[in-house]
Design a protein. Structure first.
Length: 252
């Protein structure tokens, strides 16, 4: 799929999910709160604070709750997602595949929660964000890694059905551009979601707009096979395991 068409598909799915997003985004909320608890330990200098791929403002709102004097600029390419943000907040409609908006200057904190895996070239884009941070500034990102969704991948191996989930970034690739003294903090976390069946599991992705795939739509019989062979827990339910990396880069 060509990048332009892919980008439009991703945007359309997030636009369509915008009104329900906050009800279903449990994992994103969990890691947004984790980011805020890490921010409390940092000595952030004066400057602009921005949230990249902010969606409805879930993370930006959590940050503003903790740092009540700060106003976070929210940047996203989904108009409907941005419309869900507080009316008074500063919002920029912008495709992050085109770098940062030109108006962004003197930034001492950049955050991004569950966004970089949607971008065309996350490694390059993160390098560019870091380059544009002011000195002493922090870039804080959380993203799912390539080790996510082992149950889904195992089921595909067993059934011979193509894995249609995203290929998430490899943490090593994201970090390789940075010197060890620029990597202030990094940690991997496991987060397990549980669903009554795979139909509800896939529905949960649609609910947050994260169902975009470069593969063909699954046929009904393939979904049945996936349901049959997905590893089951005691109650016949299915798990989806995410590996999430939170990374803090500090510019000297
Ligand atoms: C899973 S949501 C996460 C939203 C928010 N950060 C949170 O923690 O709830 C991913 C967001 O990234 C945005 N996004 C994806 N690709 C983008 C791009 N190329 N430029 C700007 N935003 C993008 C989507 O519109 C969506 O709002």
């Amino acid at each position: 799929m060509k990048n332009k068409f892919w980008n439009e598909t991703v945007k359309k799915n997030f636009n369509n999910a915008s009104t329900n997003y906050l009800v279903y985004s449990n994992i994103q909320r969990h890691f947004a709160k984790n980011i805020v608890s890490l921010l409390k330990e940092l000595n952030i200098q004066k400057g602009e604070w921005i949230d990249l791929g902010s969606g409805t403002g879930l993370l930006a709102d959590e940050i503003e709750k903790e740092f009540s004097t700060k106003k976070i600029t929210r940047i996203d390419f989904s108009r409907n997602m941005l419309l869900q943000n507080k009316e008074s907040s500063k919002k920029i409609l912008w495709d992050l595949n085109n770098g940062l908006p030109p108006s962004i200057k003197n930034c001492s904190l950049m955050t991004s929660n569950f966004c970089i895996h949607w971008l065309d070239n996350p490694e390059k884009i993160i390098r560019d964000w870091f380059r544009k941070l002011s000195s002493g500034g922090y870039l804080v990102i959380s993203y799912p890694t390539i080790n996510s969704f082992p149950e889904w991948k195992q089921t595909c191996l067993k059934t011979g059905i193509e894995y249609s989930g995203l290929t998430f970034p490899l943490s090593k690739d994201i970090m390789k551009s940075f010197k060890s003294d620029e990597i202030f903090f990094t940690k991997k976390y496991l987060y397990v979601e549980n669903f009554p069946d795979v139909y509800k599991l896939f529905r949960s992705m649609v609910n947050v707009g994260a169902q975009s795939t470069k593969c063909k739509r699954k046929k009904v019989y393939e979904l049945k096979e996936i349901q049959k062979f997905w590893p089951k827990g005691e109650t016949n339910s299915v798990n989806l395991t995410w590996e999430i990396t939170t990374l803090i880069l500090k510019k000297s």
